[in-house]
Design a protein around this ligand. Structure first.
Ligand code: PMT
Length: 403
């Protein structure tokens, strides 16, 4: 039986130019067998009439909290109990802020407080409003409270500007809503290997060549994949992070150790994600004794390390292979170069060396590229970003294994 068959869904509509797309969403959910009731904020009614939704759902539309007539037919508490899920689409910046504050100053926010059903939000707003730290903080808090984010897309906006903030398309929202009811987590049955952290290339017993990777990005990906039901092996360089729940971790030190750990455990892996910052070179020799200061200049001769990602991608039965690219300039150019040169399915480019994102920071932004396409994931907490990245990886992995 389809996941949405006989499910009772509230679509809550905020004031946004994207409100007209809610009509298509309601129709689609009806086609999938759901029973839909619509809640509108007062400002939503400025963009599209309640009559449209009454005609589509064959149910009265709920607008006011303090409407005796509406309360007599189905009161707000009854409505909150009736719902198997609530999807707020489009969700405005104002409503996200009111939800975060726990306000109950209209029907929509009151329902959100009064329900025990899962709540998803599909934001739609100007890209600067979306990127604003206040909006991002609100979303992080809502997600920590269990809200599901149907993340907006990058593209042309109603105001004429281009950026991230376009509401997710109704068909994709319907698919994502189905997943909320599917008892099978999105990555159940998949074996994922993730590399994370730096590698250390020893010069002598006290010195090494390393880099600034903290492992936060890779660990966030491993944790998110485990939450989604995947069987996760994390191959980690030296970092000071706890191994996430449900993740098997092999700790390594050097690039050659990481290479060995990856290649010996690659069989049966469905998706390989290389978030580690692997040292490209190592000293030709490692001194057994501490090198003394002396007077003479020291020169360290370096030799290339194996390219782990390229080796994985070149295997006869290669997994779906996702690389990272740490760049300081011409990000798309260099990232696409690595995508081609290493024969990857996807590359996630991030800007490093700036004030925000990249190495060590709790936040990051990614530019995803694949052959013939791409998508930007805006600056957010690495754990939120990891969820968005995995949603994209899964959506590209499924068709890839069928072909
Ligand atoms: O760990 P954090 O502090 O959270 O920081 C996250 C990060 C910036 C390290 C991460 O987001 C990131 O960008 N990781 C890749 C860094 C990197 O080494 O980029 P690169 O452009 O040099 O390498 C390209 C790809 O090849 C990477 O997927 C890398 O893992 C892989 N590689 C590189 C060299 C090598 N010898 N073997 C590899 O597998």
């Amino acid at each position: 039986m389809p996941a949405l068959q006989n499910k009772q869904i509230i679509i809550a509509i905020c004031g946004s130019i994207a409100a007209y797309k809610a009509a298509e969403l309601v129709r689609r959910l009806g086609d999938l067998g759901a029973e839909v009731r619509v809640v509108m904020t007062r400002s939503a009614c400025e963009f599209i009439t309640p009559m449209t939704f009454q005609a589509l759902t064959h149910n009265p539309v709920h607008i006011d909290l303090l409407d005796p007539e509406a309360e007599a037919s189905m009161g707000h508490i009854e409505l909150a109990r009736w719902a198997d899920a609530i999807l707020i689409a489009p969700a405005s910046a104002n409503t996200l802020a009111r939800l975060t504050a726990g306000m109950a100053d209209d029907l929509l926010t009151t329902l959100a407080l009064a329900t025990s059903a899962p709540i998803a939000v599909a934001p739609a707003m100007n890209h600067l409003m979306w990127a604003n730290v206040a909006t991002q903080d609100n979303l992080t808090k809502l997600q920590q409270r269990g809200y599901t984010l149907f993340a907006p897309k990058h593209g042309q906006q109603a105001c004429g500007e281009v950026g991230e903030g376009r509401m997710m398309e109704p068909t994709e929202q319907a698919d994502r809503l189905s997943q909320l009811f599917s008892h099978t987590p999105a990555m159940k049955g998949l074996k994922i290997m993730v590399t994370a952290g730096p590698t250390y290339e020893d010069i002598d017993p006290v010195r090494y060549i390393g880099n600034r990777s903290s492992g936060k990005m890779g660990y966030a990906i491993a944790a998110a994949a485990a939450r989604q039901g995947a069987d996760v092996l994390l191959v980690s360089g030296p970092v000071a992070l706890e191994v996430p729940a449900g993740v098997t971790c092999e700790k390594v030190r050097s690039a050659r150790e990481m290479n060995h750990a990856v290649l010996t455990q690659l069989k049966g892996i469905d998706i390989f994600i290389a978030a580690a910052a692997v040292a490209d070179f190592r000293p030709v020799t490692t001194s057994e004794q501490k090198i003394k200061k002396g007077d003479a200049e020291q020169a360290i001769t370096l030799v290339a390390n194996p390219d782990i990602l390229a080796t994985v991608a070149q295997q006869e039965k290669a997994p779906f292979t996702v690389g990272f690219a740490a760049e300081t300039q011409d990000i798309e150019h260099y990232a696409r170069g690595k995508l081609e040169a290493k024969q990857l399915n996807m590359i996630c480019a991030n800007r490093v060396g700036g004030a925000k994102g990249g190495f060590e920071d709790d936040q990051n932004a990614l530019e995803l590229y694949w052959q013939g396409g791409g998508e930007r994931l805006s600056m957010s907490e690495k754990n939120v970003l990891a969820e968005k990245l995995l949603a994209k990886v899964i959506s590209r992995y499924r068709p890839a294994i069928k072909s």
